[in-house]
Design a protein around this ligand. Structure first.
Ligand code: SAH
Ligand code: AVI
Length: 324
């Protein structure tokens, strides 16, 4: 096995500090909100992996179909020697890219960044055992730590799964500009984006019959209870997934089924919910191809290829960093 080196830009202390700050801001706001990155402790990462195998959750299968069909073309076009994956999770689909880059003979190193240390360690060890390249795992936040990523030209940054949709538009602009800033002209971005479609299909994907997404959603409250000694009664919140037609995003919320008071002693906060009150935990934006192209262009990327799965549910774009 090649060596796995792990760099930690988010220590457990940093994580608790960040969580405290987001809780203070989000749970005193009207309406209440929490950022989705707090879903992903070890249990949340496992629940997400279960989501990817649900019959209703098509994005993972659709993106896998595209990567299986196009990775060899991606390897030929980019000739990348460093593959950088952001929000890498299990990096399961990434193997198509790694296989193709290895077969081309260009691949030298893999850098993977995720906020979830457990998911990152497991994936880094698996990839390191399977590929003859150096694997660098970075525990970090892709909205904060892009400038600290290792890796040398020619780089291909992959941001898969549709995770860009979990950022609101202003965050997306900042994120894409941040990625552009760390790349040299001519380097590459491979971006997975879920596409606008029949709202019934979308809502089913975020409200599955087995209740796995509901458990994933409630997991954020378990994280608050553990990390901040809070006392949320997670079972008393019901999972809500709705389609926001105007914003073209799915919104996940947790709805209080009765009046509740929760304490978050670590931040000295008492949080009251009236019956039916909702806490927004995630947006998952769905895209039209023109929007992907224009957001990329605004950040300094030129779209070179656009692929969808056979059913047109999911899009993967390959774009190149250009002069700004
Ligand atoms: N790319 C994988 C996983 C998607 S799930 C796939 O396509 O299946 C989203 C991943 O992003 C999770 O592993 C989660 O831990 C990570 N993540 C979420 N917010 C993050 C952030 N702000 N910084 C870094 N990683 C983040
Ligand atoms: C990681 N991200 C792209 C997933 C999504 O579809 O927005 C997270 C998720 N939320 C509910 N199900 C899956």
């Amino acid at each position: 096995m090649n060596e796995v080196d792990l760099t930690v830009h988010l220590t457990p202390d940093d994580i608790v500090r960040g969580l405290r700050s987001d809780v203070r801001t989000g749970l005193t706001a009207v309406p209440k909100t929490l950022p989705p990155k707090w879903f992903y402790d070890a249990r949340g990462s496992e629940l997400f992996e279960r989501i990817t195998r649900l019959p209703e959750y098509y994005p993972t299968r659709a993106e896998r179909e595209i990567l299986a069909a196009r990775s060899s073309e991606i390897a030929s076009l980019t000739g990348a020697s460093t593959l950088v994956e952001l929000g890498s999770g299990s990096s399961e689909k990434t193997r198509f890219l790694l296989d193709a880059l290895r077969d081309k003979g260009t691949l030298r190193e893999m850098v993977m960044l995720d906020v979830s240390e457990s998911a990152l360690r497991e994936a880094a060890e698996t990839l390191s055992a399977a590929y003859p390249v150096s694997v660098h795992g970075v525990v970090g936040d892709f909205t904060q730590h892009l400038a600290l990523l290792p890796g040398s030209a020619e780089r291909l940054v992959a941001f898969l799964g549709g995770t860009i949709g979990n950022l609101v538009p202003a965050e997306r602009t900042k994120f894409l500009t941040g990625v552009r800033d760390v790349l040299d002209e001519g380097e590459w971005l491979l971006l997975g984006t879920d596409l606008v479609k029949d709202p019934a299909v979308l809502v089913r994907a975020y409200d599955d019959a087995a209740g796995v997404t509901a458990e994933f959603n409630r997991n954020v409250l378990h994280v608050l209870n553990r990390e901040l000694s809070a006392d949320f009664d997670a079972a008393a919140f019901e999972h809500v997934a709705l389609w926001d037609e105007a914003q073209e995003w799915i919104e996940m919320r947790l709805r209080a089924t009765r009046p509740m008071r929760a304490h978050v002693p670590v931040v000295g906060l008492t949080v009251d919910f009236v019956e039916g009150e909702e806490l927004r935990t995630e947006v998952s934006a769905k895209f039209r191809p023109e929007r992907v192209r224009s957001e990329l262009a605004d950040a300094g990327f030129e779209l070179r290829e656009w692929w969808t799965d056979r059913d047109g549910r999911f899009g993967v774009s390959l774009s190149r960093a250009v002069a700004r």
